[in-house]
Design a protein around this ligand. Structure first.
Ligand code: ADP
Ligand code: MG
Length: 260
């Protein structure tokens, strides 16, 4: 596919069939993502963010519409689509380096070299031989990210990956992730419900409406990195996201209450 479009989502609809009837999770979603973009997807709980990410990952192929990666319909999960869950999914019985290598052999010198580079990139030097139980949540998540990157994915999908971390760790993880992106230019789709996080990381912020997930708006974010949360331009963008979220309804409510 030309003009640098990596992921092309056209008229995506997703309805879950349950014994109480259909649950519409995504409606008429259109989104094109160019290679190397850092996209954040933000929306309230239950709006379909995880569903969207799972479809792009190939973990859920029962959808209507068209979802193409480099022009090919997504029909299965695979290492070309890295997925990072909220809780790091590591093998408890394997060391950090073996978790990263997983089914690849560390005895292969090329793999060994790449694993060492990734350990440095995610700032885990000195912990190569540690086991998951010895790691903090942030460190474990960095192992999961390194494991995904070792497979050189075309796209990295992150589902609220820092949601369970404390504020300090989360902020450190954002730095690490931006560092990775600036060095590797891996295309990222990062789901969050945290507005500051969305504005801090992304080139474009996709704002979803409450269920069914439908795009409410997309905001471009050209603020230079490293971004300053306290700057006026950052706050302005933050407010733009908020007002897109709340839309006219809440502002109307606010006006009504103010009038009493
Ligand atoms: P989010 O990640 O934005 O919180 P989800 O994508 O997990 O939202 O869910 C979107 C909607 O789809 C929710 O109403 C949820 O209950 C519903 N849903 C998600 N997965 C399933 C499923 N396997 N079966 C039925 N309903 C589901
Ligand atoms: Mg979710």
């Amino acid at each position: 596919m030309g003009n640098g479009v990596l992921l092309d989502i056209r008229n995506l609809n997703k309805t879950f069939q349950t014994n109480k009837g259909g649950v519409e999770a995504i409606r008429s979603l259109n989104l094109r993502i160019r290679e190397g973009e850092f996209i954040t997807v933000i929306g309230p709980s239950g709006c379909g963010k995880s569903t969207l990410l799972k479809i792009v990952a190939g973990l859920d192929v029962a959808y209507e519409g068209s979802v193409e990666l480099e022009g090919n319909r997504i029909v299965a999960a695979g290492i070309d689509k890295g997925f990072i869950f909220q809780e790091p999914r590591l093998f408890p019985w394997l060391s950090v380096e073996k978790n990263i290598a997983a089914d690849l052999s560390l005895r292969d010198p090329a793999i060994r070299r790449r694993v060492d580079e990734l350990i440095e990139l995610v700032r885990l030097q000195g912990f190569e031989k540690a086991y998951p139980r010895e790691l903090s949540g942030g460190m474990a998540q960095r192992v999961a990210i390194a494991r995904a990157l070792l497979r050189s994915p075309k796209i990295l999908l992150l589902d609220e990956p820092f949601g369970a971390l404390d504020a300090f760790t989360r902020s450190h993880m954002q730095e690490v992730l931006l560092d990775i992106w600036q060095q590797n230019r891996t295309t990222m789709i990062f789901v969050t419900h945290d507005i500051d996080e969305a504005v801090y990381l992304a080139n474009r912020i996709v704002i979803l409406k409450p269920r069914p997930g439908e795009i409410s708006g997309i905001l471009a974010n050209d603020l230079p990195y490293p971004r300053k949360q306290a700057s006026a331009s950052f706050q302005e963008l933050r407010l733009a996201v908020l007002s897109e979220f709340h839309g006219k309804i809440e502002r109307q409510e606010y006006v009504d209450r103010a009038g009493i």
